[in-house]
Design a binder for this molecule. Structure first.
Ligand code: GLA
Length: 386
C-alpha cells in the first residue's frame, strides 16, 4: 500500500498546495472471461493493488500531471486537451478528462500526482485503476455529480475511444463498485449486480507469469470481431439475438454446426462461460468450494482450447497449482496471452502454496514469477488524511 502521508507531502512540495487523494483498485476476475463484451456475466473482485490520484485546483486553466512511476511533467491547457492519444499512461488520465467534459463536466485547472502499485501489463487492470481514480479526482473539483456506475461507463468510454482498446465494462465497474471480502457477479448488459461472499479462510493467490505477449491487443480485438461474426450468424435464425449472451446452448447445438470451426469454438466458449459464471456464483453462495474449483478449471481449459487466449506460461502456472495442499481451483485471469493466474487457496496453506508454485513454475519455464496473496477489497473511494 502506498504511504498516503508521503504522497500528500510530495504533492505539497511539488505544487505548494494540499491535495485531496482518491484511490481506485485493480482487479482479479474469478470467472467469466471474455464474456463482458458479449453482454454476459463476469465475477471479478477488486484487490489491494491500487492507483492513487492526488489533486488540487489551480487558479489558471492549466492541467499539470506528474507521476512517481513515469517520467516527465505533463502540462496542458484544460480548454485544449490533445485529441490524439500518445500510447502512454497519460492517455488514461486525458481520455477520462475528455469523456467527463463530453458528459457535461466543467473541467477545472488542476495539479495531479498519480501514484500506483498495480503491476503494469500483468492483467490486473492497472489502466482501469488509473482511469477510475482520475475520474474521482476530476469530479471532486466539479459541480456536476456522477454515480459510480456512470463513472465506470465513462472510463470504459475513455479506454474505447481515446486509448483505443475495445475493452468491456468489467474492469472499470469492479474498480468502482468492489466490496471487501466479496466478488461481484455483474450482468454486463443491464449492469445489475450482486455481491458473492468469498467464504472466510480463503485467499486469492494471484500468480504473475511475468510474460506479456505483444499480440494481446490485436488478438483481443480479433476475438471481439469473431464473436460479432457469431452474432450475425445466429441473428439470421432469430433476429432477437443481439449478442452471444442471447444464444442458448440448445441453439448452439442445433445450428452451430454450420459455423466455421474457429467461430464455433469462440461461441461455444462464451455461451458456456456465461453459464459457468452463474453456476459459480451459486456455488460460492452455497459454500460449495469443490464445485467452484471445478468451474474455474473448466474455464481455463475452455480459454486454452476454444477461445485460444492462454499461452505456454499461463498453462504452466495453472498446472503448477495442481496437487498443492489447500488448492481449491485456479485459472488464467484477464485478457490472456500472459499476465496472471488466480487461485483459490485455503488461508492456512497460502504461504506454502505461494513458495511451492513459484518453485514449480520456475522449474517448468526458467522464469521467476511474482506471487501476490490477495484479499477482495473495496472499490474506489476518497482517502482521508486525518
Ligand atoms: C480485459 C478487458 C475486459 C475483459 C477481459 C477478458 O481485461 O479489459 O473488459 O474483456 O479482458 O475477460
Amino acid at each position: 500500500m502506498v504511504n498516503l502521508r508521503e504522497l500528500a507531502q510530495q504533492f505539497e512540495e511539488r505544487f505548494r498546495n494540499a491535495p485531496r487523494i482518491f484511490r481506485a483498485p485493480g482487479r482479479v476476475n474469478l470467472i467469466g472471461e471474455h464474456t463482458d463484451y458479449n453482454e454476459g456475466f463476469v465475477m471479478p473482485a477488486a484487490v489491494e493493488f491500487s492507483s492513487l490520484v492526488a489533486i488540487a485546483p489551480r487558479k489558471d486553466r492549466k492541467l499539470l500531471i506528474q507521476s512517481n512511476q513515469f517520467p516527465g511533467d505533463l502540462e496542458f491547457d484544460v480548454d485544449r486537451l490533445p485529441a490524439q492519444r500518445t500510447g502512454t499512461w497519460r492517455d488514461y488520465v486525458l481520455g477520462v478528462a475528455l469523456a467527463l467534459r463530453q458528459h457535461g463536466s466543467d473541467l477545472q485547472g488542476a495539479n495531479l500526482l498519480v501514484h500506483g502499485n498495480v503491476p503494469i501489463g500483468s492483467g490486473l487492470s492497472s489502466s482501469a485503476s488509473i482511469e477510475v481514480a482520475s475520474a474521482l479526482a476530476f469530479i471532486s473539483l466539479d459541480s456536476k455529480r456522477f454515480s459510480l456506475p456512470e463513472i465506470a461507463k465513462l472510463c470504459r468510454q475513455a479506454e474505447n475511444e481515446y486509448v483505443g482498446a475495445r475493452v468491456g465494462i468489467m474492469d472499470q465497474f469492479v474498480s468502482c463498485m468492489g466490496k471487501a471480502g466479496h466478488a461481484l457477479l455483474l450482468d454486463c448488459r443491464s449492469l445489475e449486480f450482486q455481491f458473492a461472499h468469498i467464504p472466510a479462510g480463503i485467499e486469492l493467490v494471484v500468480c504473475n507469469t511475468m510474460v506479456k505477449h505483444d499480440l494481446a491487443t490485436g488478438a483481443y480485438n480479433q476475438r471481439r470481431a469473431e464473436c460479432e461474426e457469431g452474432v450475425r450468424f445466429f441473428a439470421k435464425a432469430d433476429p432477437g439475438i443481439r449478442a452471444l449472451r442471447d444464444v442458448s446452448s440448445e441453439m448452439l447445438e442445433r445450428i452451430g454446426g454450420d459455423l466455421s470451426l474457429t467461430i464455433r469454438k469462440r461461441c461455444t466458449h462464451v455461451i458456456r462461460e456465461n453459464q459457468r459464471t452463474l453456476d459459480a456464483a451459486r456455488a460460492l453462495g452455497d459454500g460449495d468450494l469443490a464445485r467452484m474449483g471445478k468451474l474455474m478449471r473448466e474455464s481455463h481449459e475452455s480459454l486454452r482450447d476454444l477461445y485460444e487466449v492462454s499461452c505456454r506460461e499461463l498453462d504452466a502456472m495453472v498446472a503448477a497449482a495442481e496437487g498443492l495442499p489447500g488448492f481449491i481451483g485456479g485459472r488464467m485471469t484477464g485478457g490472456g496471452f500472459g499476465g496472471c493466474t488466480v487461485n483459490l487457496v485455503r488461508e492456512e496453506n497460502a504461504a506454502d502454496f505461494s513458495s511451492q508454485i513459484a518453485q514449480r513454475y520456475c522449474q517448468a519455464t526458467g522464469i521467476t514469477p511474482q506471487i501476490y496473496p490477495c484479499h477482495a477489497d473495496n472499490g474506489a473511494q476518497e482517502l482521508s488524511l486525518s
